[in-house]
Design a protein around this ligand. Structure first.
Ligand code: SAM
Length: 209
């Protein structure tokens, strides 16, 4: 088994074990809902939207599919895909790695998923996302702000490896991948669970140029 396959297997197993506890630990989703609202204000009816690392489908896939858009969600974890199908029956959900996605979309969201990748894979993934969007397509990204490279953390009782950037570095990476940043929201976030620590969350609302 390669290093990549082992890492993905570990992360998939961790999120299988976390399941619904993810939504219980992070009940306040103002930044994510605001990013979804930004998309809804601009997208034509029945737009195609890809939700990378969709988790349980809450709140984002539900928000976007509930507004009549065609939402495709992707997640490494079989349990997250099962929960997303249950929570958002009108969406289409697949198990897989975001780095293997093909197709073309009107909008893409990637909320707190690129931080699961090795640092060097973050710019590559942003370039991949750029290539999956139609010209002028919209992209919403969120990350946790920190200076970390494949840092082991205990998250809701599971071991994860996370990579994070500081806001100026992340913004530069987003712009270098070919996006115009139309809004940057910085939020302080206190999870409900004592098994997750307070964090600074970064939300970028972007357009493919
Ligand atoms: C922190 S959760 C975020 C879930 C959801 N986007 C949200 O913000 O509510 C990260 C999700 O990304 C998934 N994930 C991790 N690495 C992934 C990868 N390489 N490809 C696809 N999904 C991945 C995990 O299984 C998990 O469901």
């Amino acid at each position: 088994m390669t290093k990549w396959a082992e890492r993905e297997r570990r992360h998939a197993a961790a999120f299988d074990a976390i399941g619904v506890r993810y939504d219980e630990a992070f009940p306040h989703k103002e930044g994510q809902l605001a990013a979804g609202g930004w998309l809804l204000d601009q997208l034509a009816p029945s737009s195609s939207i890809l939700d990378l690392g969709c988790g349980t489908g809450l709140p984002t896939a539900a928000q976007l599919a509930g507004a009549g858009h065609r939402v495709t969600g992707l997640d490494l974890s079989a349990e997250m895909v099962r929960l997303a199908r249950e929570n958002v029956p009108e969406g289409e959900f697949h198990q897989g790695d975001l780095r293997d996605v093909k197709g073309q979309y009107d909008a893409i969201v990637a909320f707190f998923v690129l931080l699961m990748l090795p640092l060097a894979q973050i710019p590559e993934s942003l370039a991949l996302i750029h290539g999956l969007l139609r010209p002028g397509g919209l992209f919403c990204l969120s990350m946790v702000e920190a200076d970390l490279e494949e840092f082991p953390i205990s998250f809701l009782g599971q071991e994860l490896l996370v990579s994070c950037l500081l806001r100026d570095e992340l913004r530069a990476a987003v712009e270098a991948a070919g996006f115009a940043v139309e809004a940057e929201n910085v939020l302080s976030y206190a999870p409900s669970s004592t098994q997750a620590v307070p964090e600074i969350q970064l939300f970028y609302h972007c357009r493919r140029v």
